[in-house]
Write a protein that binds this ligand. Structure first.
Ligand code: 13P
Length: 259
């Protein structure tokens, strides 16, 4: 199955950036820039504190709202955490889970991320589940083992219904925020490897339908080449998602619209 049978998924991960006025201004500029691009799915993932105003600004647009993290409980004594149900309450239909910054700075384990994934999916929230190797792992020859562990442990127990609302974001850690993008061939090789892993562990039907996004210094000038690969089904964009023109250009590249 080629990428043309999977709707490209392009999400902006705003990370810990933008106060309310900036966040709303960004989506107000983004809305007209991506209006009518219905061959792709577009999501923005602001900070928790700007979800509500961004949700109001997005009303009536073709841009969906996502969070950057979600906990494993619906409510209770978990100071500082946010439930998937609370994210849905403010208008989120998506969340990111397992970003490398969560894994690295907050010690989130494969087991915890698997729990978060299951809980979010059971709540009905769609998930962009992030995986990716560090430079040390790539150069040291353990990249495939790392990706295998992240996929097998992270997605363990997910059934067809769970997968139907799950995308994988392949984000090589060495490409995140560095300006160094994976080459088109490096991205395609990793995505093909991940799809084969999913085929082997979860079956061909699930693997063929699964969208695998690329993340790591995705930009307007490399998006078209990356998305042309058969196994690259969209982007998870950091820095370039903080400006309406660069994010819209990436969305257009994924939609096959000349910019
Ligand atoms: P950059 O696009 O800034 O490299 O970030 C990628 C990323 O981490 C998206 O989740």
């Amino acid at each position: 199955m080629s990428s043309t049978s999977r709707t490209p998924l392009i999400a902006g991960n705003w990370k810990m950036n933008l106060h309310t006025a900036e966040a709303v201004a960004l989506v107000e500029a983004l809305k007209p820039a991506v209006a009518g691009l219905d061959s792709v799915e577009v999501v923005v993932c602001p900070t928790f504190t700007t979800l509500y105003p961004v949700a109001q600004a997005l009303k009536g647009s073709n841009i969906a709202l996502g969070a950057q993290n979600a906990y494993t409980k619906a409510n209770g004594a978990y100071t500082g955490e946010i439930a998937p149900q609370m994210l849905q309450d403010v208008g989120c239909t998506w969340t990111i889970i397992g970003h490398s910054e969560r894994r690295q700075y907050f010690n989130e384990s494969d087991a915890l991320l698997n729990e978060k994934l299951h809980f979010a999916r059971k709540a009905g929230l769609k998930v962009m589940f992030c995986i990716g190797e560090t430079l040390e792992e790539r150069e040291g020859g353990t990249m495939n083992a790392v990706l295998t562990r992240q996929v097998v442990e992270g997605l363990k127990g997910l059934d067809a219904a769970g997968f139907a609302g799950t995308a994988i974001a392949y984000e090589p850690v060495w490409a995140i925020g560095t300006g160094v993008t994976a080459t088109s061939q490096q991205a395609e090789d990793a995505h093909a490897f991940v799809r084969k892993l999913v085929t082997d562990h979860f079956g061909a039907t699930i693997a063929d339908a699964l969208r695998i996004q690329y993340g790591g210094s995705a930009k307007p000038d490399n998006a078209a080449e990356l998305i042309a690969n058969p196994n690259v089904d969209g982007f998870l964009v950091g820095g370039a998602a903080l400006k309406a023109d660069s994010f819209a250009a990436i969305v257009k590249a994924a939609a096959g619209v000349a910019v």
